[in-house]
Ligand binder design. Structure first.
Ligand SMILES: NC(=O)c1ccc[n+]([C@@H]2O[C@H](COP(=O)([O-])OP(=O)(O)OC[C@H]3O[C@@H](n4cnc5c(N)ncnc54)[C@H](O)[C@@H]3O)[C@@H](O)[C@H]2O)c1
Length: 413
């Protein structure tokens, strides 16, 4: 087969490589020439795809900013971003623009699958009409389906291959066609009856996480006041063999998904006269967490007789999760901005983030960041970083991830 991927980022690139590894020709189309040029040079920008893996399939992988070659594809998978506008409403700009470009080259008999996370109704009400402006009818002249991406960046135990893939076709034959395609790269396909069910299943997964993280964050703010160790409480509760699922508190939610996706559903729900209280409440609690963390830093410095103003704070881990370099919506950035506004002198160490966007700071070496600091702040606990050494060497440590619990020298979230 020849497969087109529109949007070759965190989602699109692993898909492109997986299909190429199965012997299919892949054309990746992206509006960002830096990405297409890097791929052409055999350089990966996604941690989960090491460059040698990319180079091994280079002869089957074409990366381009021009959509014309999509016309020769059997299937086109759309993996473009689905962000929020400044007013926190769904921004379908990239999706609509990619769909219009695709409509210009759409051919009879092609399969189109949307993978971007979005609200129920997008595939049928927004994508299909644009593609049908060509005169071709979805479900008759071309196939259309929605299949959400479940990739968890940085994770190696669950991959595209062994993570069940949910799929909803516009018609039965759309679903059959998409299922045959994904069988090439996934062991298990979970068919649902419509694109809407598939779209909502992805949002349910993310809202489930967002709500549970918010709940445990709220309890962490309470245990902080009560003088109870939240980590000890969670460890104890997690010994229950049924009916409890472990979620951990932290500095807030980051990444492209959890801070964004739930609001796609709350926006859509308003059209149905419903306010989705859980989503709003979880968003509110999680957005407060960086402020809670900053006040904790203020208190700890105060106990050491120091103001935030002029104190040197070493931040460890600025990406939004361990093992990856993605800083999108990372709460570390918010925390650094808040501390910076209070006059703190901030250095950071993150082996995955050599420099920050819109910031002059660069990652300092572990030792340079630690030496001379008044307080070390562990925001994201990357594997391979010696957190025990931080707890031993820094005058005080605020540990937002509970990784230095054993050392008894740090202040936990
Ligand atoms: N990153 C994740 O962990 C993850 C997991 C599951 C689902 N998703 C969803 O997948 C979608 C893509 O996310 P991502 O993390 O891969 O984003 P990304 O920003 O890493 O990649 C998207 C790519 O699309 C390109 N693009 C933008 N507009 C385009 C257009 N009109 N035509 C062609 N290319 C265009 C961008 O340049 C970018 O390279 C989003 O809907 C996201 O919510 C992401």
């Amino acid at each position: 087969m020849r497969i087109g991927i529109m949007g070759i980022g965190y989602v699109g690139l692993p898909l492109a490589v997986a299909f190429a590894e199965q012997g299919h020709d892949v054309v990746g189309v992206d509006v960002d020439p830096r990405k297409t040029e890097a791929l052409t040079r055999g350089e990966s920008y996604v941690e989960d795809i090491p460059s040698p893996r990319l180079q091994a399939v280079a002869h089957r992988l074409e990366a381009t900013t021009r959509a014309a070659s999509l016309s020769r594809c059997d299937a086109v998978l759309v993996c473009v971003p689905t962000p929020l506008t400044a007013n926190r409403e769904p921004d379908l700009g990239p999706l609509v623009s990619a769909t219009r470009v695709l409509a210009d080259v759409l051919q009879r008999g092609q399969l189109v699958v949307l993978e971007s996370t979005t609200y129920p109704g997008t595939t049928r009400e927004r994508v299909a009409p644009i593609l049908e402006e060509t005169g071709l009818l979805a479900g008759r002249d071309f196939h259309l389906a929605f299949s959400p991406e479940r990739v968890d960046p940085g994770r190696s135990d669950y991959t595209l291959r062994n993570t069940p893939k949910v799929l909803g076709g516009l018609t039965e034959s759309c679903g059959d066609r998409a299922e045959a395609l994904y069988r090439e790269v996934c062991d298990e396909i979970v068919r649902v009856s419509s694109p809407e069910a598939a779209e909502l299943s992805k949002l349910l997964e993310n809202i489930f996480r967002s709500v549970n993280i918010a709940m445990v964050n709220e309890i962490a703010m309470l245990t902080d006041r009560m003088g109870i160790d939240i980590w000890e409480v969670i460890d104890a509760a997690a010994t229950k063999p049924y009916g409890f699922m472990r979620f951990e508190p932290g500095p807030g939610m980051g990444g492209h998904c959890l801070p964004v996706d739930p609001f796609y559903l709350s926006w859509r729900a308003r059209e149905f006269d419903l306010t989705t209280e859980f989503i709003e409440l979880a968003g509110k609690v999680n957005q407060q967490m960086p402020y809670h963390c900053v006040s904790k830093v203020e208190r700890v410095l105060n106990e050491a007789g120091k103001p935030v103003n002029g104190s040197r704070i070493a931040v460890f881990g600025v990406s939004y999760k361990p093992g990856v370099g993605d800083v999108r919506e990372s709460p570390a950035l918010k925390i650094m901005a808040l501390l910076g506004a209070l006059g703190a002198d901030i250095a950071y160490h993150d082996p995955h983030v050599p420099s920050l966007p819109h910031d002059d700071r660069r990652s300092e070496s572990f030792d340079d960041a630690l030496d001379g600091c008044d307080l070390a702040l562990i925001v994201t606990a990357h594997p391979g970083v010696d957190h025990d050494a931080i707890a031993q060497r820094a005058p005080v440590v605020v540990d937002l991830r509970g990784v230095t619990r054993g050392t008894r020298r740090s202040v936990l979230l």
